[in-house]
Each structure stands twice: as structure tokens, then as C-alpha cells.
Design a protein around this ligand. Structure first.
Ligand code: AMP
Length: 192
């Protein structure tokens, strides 16, 4: 079972992914976490992406596709993958379909966390105050929202066309969101 947690920055993708990891043993693949780890390690890749990330723009498709390919190879035999923050462009989605097909797998479910923009801004402002993530500052966050609407939102028709997208009310309380996510995952598992 492979699923994508889809939604704008601040929708709660990471939180819900961690719950699925704890509950079902899925492996979470977050390109944002991988890139932050690369930066923290001081690697050449980390240095290359730092300014792009802090500005709130997307790093190149080639970089994140390679990160995902390596992670798939390192986690052979996992009961399932949760893609969190990936794919973010149609080119990434096409590459993911090809990478999974080459491994005899595919995406079973795309969970779209639906949230309103005012709430997102409030959430991100709070996260910025609590965690100090550089790209949560109001200027970068605006760029991230724009990147989402320009480059990532076209994935909605892509996955709707494949009949894989399920909407989840991301404005509900965290436990209610988790229950809706669990229901959708169980439903997709029954269909396999
Ligand atoms: P996230 O934690 O998923 O919000 O990602 C933080 C930042 O990492 C993004 O604003 C981008 O600069 C970069 N990033 C993460 N995932 C991707 C991706 N799939 N494609 C391009 N850039 C990404």
C-alpha cells in the first residue's frame, strides 16, 4: 500500500504521516525532511538547496526524484510508503509512477488534506514562533503558497484522473483528521 499525503504547506501532512507510521509501520518519505537532514549534515547537496528552501521555492525535480529513488532502494520490503511533500510537480508525479512501476508497485491512494488559507497562515505563524523554521517566516510562506498553487495544484486533476484522490477535511480536530485518514486507508486496502 503506497499513499501520498497531499495538501498545501501547513495542512498537517507531516503530523498525519507520523501517525500512520506509528499505527501501521509504513515508511514515511518526506523530501522536506531529507533536504533538512542534508543541510544539517553540511553536505554539498545541503549547501546547494539552502537558499532555495529558505526563500520558499521548490528545489529541482531531479534532486528530489533522486532522493526518493535512493530511499525506495534503501527500504525494500517496507509494508508501504507514505509520500509526504512529494510529488510537488507533475514531472515528479510521473517520475514516481515510473519508479514504482519498475518495482512492480504503484500509488494506491492520494489523501488530499483540505484547509483554508487563513487557517494555514495562523498555523504557520505559530509553527514559526515555536520551531523557528526559516521558511515558515511570513515572506517565505507566501512564496511556498504560490509554489503550491502554481506548481503543485495541477496534481489534483492528475490524480483525480487516475481515480485515486480522496478529500479529507484538514480543518477538523487532529484526532478526527486521523480517523478520516485511517478510514480512507482501510477503504483503499480493501480494494487492493
Ligand atoms: P516541506 O517540509 O515539505 O514543506 O519542504 C520544505 C522545502 O523543501 C520546500 O519549501 C522546498 O524548498 C523543498 N522541497 C521539499 N520537497 C520538495 C519537492 N518534492 N519538490 C521540490 N522542493 C521540495
Amino acid at each position: 500500500m503506497n499513499l501520498i499525503l497531499f495538501g498545501p504547506p501547513g495542512a498537517g501532512k507531516g503530523t498525519q504521516a507520523k501517525r500512520l507510521v506509528d499505527g501501521r509501520g509504513f515508511v514515511q518519505l518526506s523530501t522536506g525532511d531529507m533536504l533538512r537532514a542534508a543541510r544539517a549534515s553540511g553536505s554539498e547537496l545541503g549547501t546547494r538547496v539552502a537558499a532555495i528552501m529558505d526563500a520558499g521555492s521548490l528545489v529541482s525535480d531531479a534532486i528530489v526524484i533522486e532522493l526518493i529513488e535512493d530511499a525506495l532502494d534503501r527500504n525494500k520490503g517496507a509494508p508501504g510508503f507514505i509520500f509526504d511533500g512529494f510529488p510537488r510537480t507533475v514531472a515528479q508525479a510521473e517520475a514516481l509512477d515510473a519508479l514504482l512501476a519498475a518495482r512492480g508497485a504503484g500509488i494506491d491512494l492520494v489523501l488530499r488534506l483540505e484547509v483554508d488559507e487563513t487557517a494555514l497562515i495562523a498555523r504557520i505563524t505559530k509553527r514559526f514562533e515555536e520551531q523557528g523554521r526559516a521558511d515558515d517566516n511570513p515572506e517565505s510562506f507566501k512564496v511556498r503558497l504560490k509554489a503550491y498553487s502554481d506548481q503543485t495544484a495541477p496534481l489534483v486533476p492528475y490524480y483525480q484522473g487516475q481515480g485515486k484522490m480522496v478529500g479529507i477535511d484538514g480543518m477538523a480536530a487532529m484526532d478526527a483528521v486521523a480517523a478520516a485518514v485511517a478510514g480512507a486507508v482501510d477503504g483503499a486496502a480493501r480494494k487492493r
